[in-house]
Every structure is written in structure tokens, then in C-alpha cells.
Design a protein around this ligand. Structure first.
Ligand code: NAD
Length: 283
């Protein structure tokens, strides 16, 4: 049976580190401030935004959430972001995705000051990651890296397979694994033989958004399996992209859903917010 990588426990440890750093900054008169923009009424987004704000406040980070109507015109949103960019007491700006269809997400993300881009999705920050000089690492891949560090997993020379090629998870994950000297393969919806690749993986990161896509027989014995997927089932429960029971029989380490990658993502957002505050005051 696989060992569990307990995202809740590791996230708690990260939050304690952040809390300590925030206390230290506050003693110097600096309170990191995160602004979260929510446009529209997507129910999952509302929950995510609330969780982020609550997590921030718990570690002493000031948080402000602006809930804008679903029909907010793009120029108005761009202006709103520009205004936040110029406010010295705003250190981190996060636009909750997905945005309503009439808004161009790319244009919106590009409007955020790269020094306040705590999600790490501005092209400047993604470009820095590609160049090997990252500033803000996107939260989910950063959280996964921390999980691997916590189990003292050495990536050097390992076969890493990333399922999914989104800008939020798959692509930056692959770059980070590469930076840590793994041999990286990316697979996606048009890959011909998914299992042929996943079976070779010493470390398998799955971010496809397809419940139980990865079955037991698709995983190498002794692999580390990281399940990013969050799929809401018809009965209301959450399920990952990995068939947990089956894969647990073969893997050496596995993350649960819920309680795996999710809590790590929020914890890393807090870390990035502190980093943003320090960056802006030159600390
Ligand atoms: P996305 O929809 O942007 O991308 C999904 C990717 O998976 C695509 O590149 C697609 O090619 C690939 N894919 C889809 N079906 C596939 C298949 N059958 N075989 C191989 N590849 C396939 O998704 P995303 O934003 O990267 O999110 C992926 C999942 O992770 C979702 O369930 C999302 O909710 C979850 N997620 C979780 C966290 C977290 O903190 N735990 C953060 C972000 C996303």
C-alpha cells in the first residue's frame, strides 16, 4: 500500500512558516495585502475565493475581495486592475479564473503588474520560469514541488510524466520538474497511448480534470503519484483524476483528493503574497 502525502499537514506547516514571516514583517511596519477579484457568480469560484481570503487572514495577511458583476465590461475591469497596480498598499493581485466568456482572460492577466502577480500567470513571470529565473511560481506546481521535498524525493534523473498541458498546472509543472533535473514527458488529450507513457513514470503528475482517468495498471510499481484533479461527482463528492484505491496498491506515494494538492495551492498563494510584499518594498 502506498504512503499518503498529506497535503493538509504539509500546508499547515507552510502556513506556520508564512505566519512567522508575516509577524516579522509586521514588526517592521509592513502588512502584506492580497486583493482577490471575482467576476460573476460561478459557485466553485466563490468557494475558492472565500477559502483564499480566510487562509490569508489566518496568517496575518490583509485580504480584500472585490466581487464584480458577471456583465462587467472588459475596459472597466482593466481600469480596476490598473488602479490596484498603482496602490502602494496592495502587494498581490489575483483574478479568479475562469472569467465570464465575454472577457479575454489573457488580456486581463497581462494587465496585472508582474510584481503583484501572485498567481504567476503573467507572461513575464511564465517567461522567467522558462528562462530558469522564476519570480512567482504558479501556486499548484509550487505546492507539488514542496510535497516532493517533504518526502525527500530526489528528482534528478527520474522519469517524470505530466498529464495535462494547461498554463496553470501542466506546463509550469513540467518546467519545474525539468529544472530539478527530471526527464520530463508531457501527455495530453491528443496523446496516442497514454498508458504507455504513464507506465514509465517514476513520478506521475495528473492534471486532466477527468475523474479516475489513471487506473492501477497504468502506474509503475513504486511510483510517486500526484493527483491534481478536482472532479465533482453527481452525488456531490469530490474525486481526483487518479483511481485512488487501485493506484494505491502499486504506488509508493500518493496524494488524496480532497486533502492533497488543493490545500498546498492555497498555502503557496500566501507564500507568494509575502514574497510580493517584500519585493515591492525592496526587502
Ligand atoms: P484544463 O482543462 O485547462 O487542462 C486539462 C488538460 O488535460 C489539457 O491539457 C488536456 O489536454 C488534458 N487532458 C484532458 N483529457 C485528457 C485525457 N483523457 N488524457 C490525457 N490528457 C487529457 O485543466 P487544469 O486547469 O490544468 O486543471 C486540471 C484539473 O486540476 C481540474 O480537475 C482542475 O479542477 C484541477 N485543478 C486543481 C488545482 C488544485 O489546487 N488542486 C488547481 C488547478 C486545477
Amino acid at each position: 500500500m502506498a504512503n499518503l502525502i498529506d497535503g493538509r499537514a504539509i500546508a499547515k506547516k507552510v502556513r506556520a512558516e508564512v505566519r512567522e514571516e508575516v509577524a516579522h514583517l509586521q514588526a517592521q511596519g509592513l502588512t502584506p495585502h492580497l486583493v482577490v477579484l471575482l467576476v460573476g457568480d460561478d459557485p466553485a469560484s466563490q468557494i475558492y475565493v472565500r477559502n483564499k481570503a480566510r487562509a490569508a487572514e489566518k496568517v496575518g495577511i490583509r485580504s480584500t475581495t472585490y466581487h464584480l458583476p458577471a456583465d462587467t465590461p472588459e475596459p472597466a475591469l482593466l481600469e480596476f486592475i490598473q488602479d490596484l497596480n498603482t496602490q502602494d498598499d496592495v502587494h498581490g493581485i489575483l483574478v479568479q479564473l475562469p472569467l465570464p466568456p465575454h472577457l479575454d482572460s489573457q488580456r486581463i492577466l497581462e494587465a496585472i503588474d508582474p510584481q503583484k502577480d501572485v498567481d504567476g500567470l503573467h507572461p513575464e513571470n511564465l517567461g522567467r520560469l522558462l528562462a530558469g529565473h522564476p519570480r512567482f511560481l504558479p501556486c499548484t506546481p509550487q505546492g507539488i514541488l514542496r510535497m516532493l521535498q517533504e518526502i525527500s524525493y530526489n528528482l534528478e534523473g527520474k522519469e517524470a510524466v505530466v498529464v495535462g498541458r494547461s498554463t496553470i498546472v501542466g506546463k509550469p509543472m513540467a518546467l519545474l520538474l525539468l529544472q530539478h533535473h527530471a526527464t520530463v514527458t508531457m501527455v495530453h488529450s491528443r496523446t496516442r497511448d497514454l498508458a504507455a507513457h504513464t507506465k514509465r513514470a517514476d513520478i506521475l503528475v495528473v492534471a486532466a480534470g477527468r475523474a479516475s482517468l489513471i487506473r492501477g495498471e497504468m502506474v509503475k510499481a513504486g511510483a510517486v503519484v500526484i493527483d491534481v484533479g478536482i472532479n465533482r461527482m453527481p452525488d456531490g463528492t469530490l474525486r481526483g483524476d487518479v483511481a485512488f484505491e487501485e493506484v494505491s496498491e502499486r504506488a509508493a506515494w500518493i496524494t488524496p483528493v480532497p486533502g492533497g494538492v488543493g490545500p498546498m495551492t492555497v498555502a503557496m498563494l500566501l507564500k507568494n503574497t509575502v514574497q510580493a510584499a517584500k519585493l515591492q518594498v525592496g526587502l
